[in-house]
Design a protein. Sequence first.
Lengths: 446, 280, 297
Amino acid sequence: MKKIVATLLAMTMLLGLTACGGSQGSGSTGSAGTGSGASSGSSSGTLTVNIWDSNQQAGLQQIADEWSKTSGVTAKIEVVDWDNYWTLLEAGASGGTMPDVFWTHSNTVQLYMDNDVLLKLNDYIDKDDAIDLDNYYEGIVKLYTRADGNVYALPKDHDTIALLYNKAIFDKYGVEYPTADWTWEDMYEAAKAITESSNGEVYGMAMNVSNNQDSWYNIVYDYGACIINDTHDGTTIGSAEGKAAMEMARKLLSVGAPQSVVAETGTESLFKSEKCAMIMQGSWMINSYYTAEHHDDYYWSLIPYADVNGNGQCDSGERYSAYNGLGWAASAATKNPDAAYSLISYFCSKEGQLEQAKLGVTMGGMKGISEEFANAFPGMDVSAFVDIEDYDLFFRPYTRKTTIWEDALQQTGGFLDAWQDPSDPALMEKACDNAQTIIENAIAAE
Amino acid sequence: MESARQKDRINRVIMYVILTIMAFIMLVPFAWMILTAVKTNQEAISVNPFYIFPHSGWHWENFAKVWKSYNFIILYKNTLLMIFFRVVCACLTATMAGYAFGRLNFKGKNLMFSLILVQMMIPSQIFIIPQYLMVSKLGLLNTISGLVFPGIVTAFGTYLLKTGYQGLPKDLEEAAAIDGCNIGQRFLKIMMPLTRSSMVSLGIFTALFAFKDLMWPMIVCTKSETTTLSAGLAKMQGQYGSDYPTMMASAVLAIIPMIVIYMIFQKQFVEGIATSGGKL
Amino acid sequence: MKASNKLSAAAKSEARWGWAFIAPTMLGLFVLNFYPAINTVYQSFCKTGDFGRGNTFVGLANYAAAFSAGETWHSIWNTIKYALIEVPFGVCIALVLAVFLNKKLKGTSVYRTIFFLPMVCAPAAVAMVWKWLYNQQFGLLNNIFHSNVAWISDPHIAWISIGVIGVWSVIGYNMVLFISGLQEIPGDYYEASSIDGATGIRQFFHITVPLLSPTTFFIVQTRVIGALTVFDLMFMVIDKTNIALQNTQSIVYLFYTYAFTNGNKGYGATLVVILVAFIMLVTVIMQQAEKKLVYHA
């Protein structure tokens, strides 16, 4: 007994000493961290891969296993939820361990590229026959290329937006189904009819305004305004066009589920619980509805357009869908850069991209393989996501620090009052002016 | 006299009614957690009709599903190891320091003890950023050592044990001193065993605190295979927030071990909290 | 002379043992607490570079930014509002329950076990369950009462809902402390007063409340500090996209967001220094109040 205690006491002393050593090591806390060298995560032979979407895990793991057969290196795909994902990467880049291979997103990638924490891919791409950057969507390639020409990620996928509706609810209230010729006004009328004839039991539509990509951003572009211009240094959200678009968004919100409901329950649960007849969703969500219990009632339709010139048909520039593309990137500190690139290359090669589309994981980052994806869901017609490519696409607006102004737009002084009380047009008009200032100030501060 | 007894009886009934209503309120969340955990998701989100009890059978397999898909074994293991090392470290360092502060006289003692009191006054949030940076520099992110790190020593425990040692009678030690025992022997053989109840209090307090802590494990252990139950739940909610039966099943799994331990060692828990009364 | 030499040898030995025994703890405190506290204050004057590289000294800029940001004041006020619910209700309900359970009724141990149960549950799990109970569409509360209240996403209500979770979680803990305080009140006080014909309620206000005031004060003080540093409940219940976020997030939640989600350690340090200063102020005020309010027998 005495011996044990003595040993433990000694251990405690030792721990005390180690802790002390630690403090000396971090005497200049925060200054001049090197970021590299600390990496100790992967032993050779295994790559750690991090993603944030659990819907895609199974499919991507299958593709990665395919790659392992030829490379002899194991790739383990782990899902970390969106919020924690960025905390994890941030911690990794600040001196901890980053995963070897991971997804990048337009919200944050600029910061990571500027600080050289991502593996530079140019030399690998030059030597790689499977990859030709011209084969991918330009917006995505441009996003992951730094101003000096360094490429830090390869396009994993692209996504578009479509309208999802529940036929059973439309039948119940005797409202006509959405068509490819629908304008936002038509959608408003239908939503209004359902909300009113169900006495608020069922919402005609729901829109999660904090998920801007599949909601109000699309309306803004349809009306000829933009969130961030092509040169990434300004916005027209406060213009007459922007205000007209947001007025349309306001009308939709006024007949849809209140934001308090949406924020808490999410449009997905609302729709699946038959509390809501229509929602707009991105292509990355298809699988969730395809495998849902009542999927027989679910149908996809082309995203509505804005008949700005009033000629009764959809002209060029009147129907937009946001698109975004994730990138596959590797850590600059990875122990095994060759294997990491090889995995990325496999995911983004024609073979990997076709496989990804066929498995119904997502549409490709490579152009011309969307048809494969449309066929991945027998029994459910998802062509709305592919057909939109015959119209206009805009890349998800981003600047160097996207989240700063995106968050500010959602708060008091931004759109918050208008989201909460969509019955008042004046609130929305004021919010557009606020938004113009918020974005301009944020860009100026970058 | 008769009326006084009657009044007493009425008082009793009122007290029982109030106690029972409160007990019911306390138990509802637990009951609802378990009832939701054994439903299907479609049942959980069906409003019309609204099911209190599962309607298509009790889906106990939800637990098995969650157990497998979230690697609960690893979460349990990490939590247990963190608690174990924190309790051992805290008890060891605190009993030594508590003995010195409570029973010995030496120069600088009062100054050092006032530092202990100062630490107890400062909210611990002010330590977190540098502690995190140290753990990061030492390469201890995503390790058990990283989880244990801020709990190696405890000012509060030292204070608690000091009070415990001070309460012991003086002659015990004097007799041993006459027998020729040096201070170390006196401490190990005589004094330390006598403060067992304070140690148990500190142990329970430390274990509960570690078990309930959310922020520290969340920032030092960002990966799902290195984190604790608390932080693991936060991750699951972010990932599968709208699959309610799954969420509730994992919540049940996360709290069951501590509840079982509490049921077994109830007396020690209640006494531990009553005597330590620390900032939990 | 000889005697004093001998004494000092014993004293020296005692000092050696004493320092050896406190060394691990003191070393640990310096490394893990005192140095970090000072470092945090230092960092609060710095701007953190991307990914923690290159701290640049910016003087009071972080403080200027923090004090001019609406969200800082909002979150301080949110934290106070939370404390204003959790502390008074948590203390009063617990006191009543403790008095009842101290009456030697049958079955008290069962009640005590139940009331204490939330104390051994991880707040993360507790918050998840309550979030589900509060759910506007599918939650138990709205379905039982046939109401349609946005318990946790209506900015006017959400802070109360969060406070209720806090009260529910802390009742058992306060109750246990009250019971141990009650057991120290000598029984003769009550016997004497019942001979005088005092009723239960009068006894409660004239004997229990004053004699229990040191315990009450201790509980209030620890709970106030606990409530002012609340984090888990808000973090788990209020999602980033919840429109009630601004009206519910606590100052520690805001600190977490800046320091660990946005990676802006300098600004996070500023927020935490403001919080600590605020808590110190509250502590001093409470110490002053103790002298006036607490009954010392």
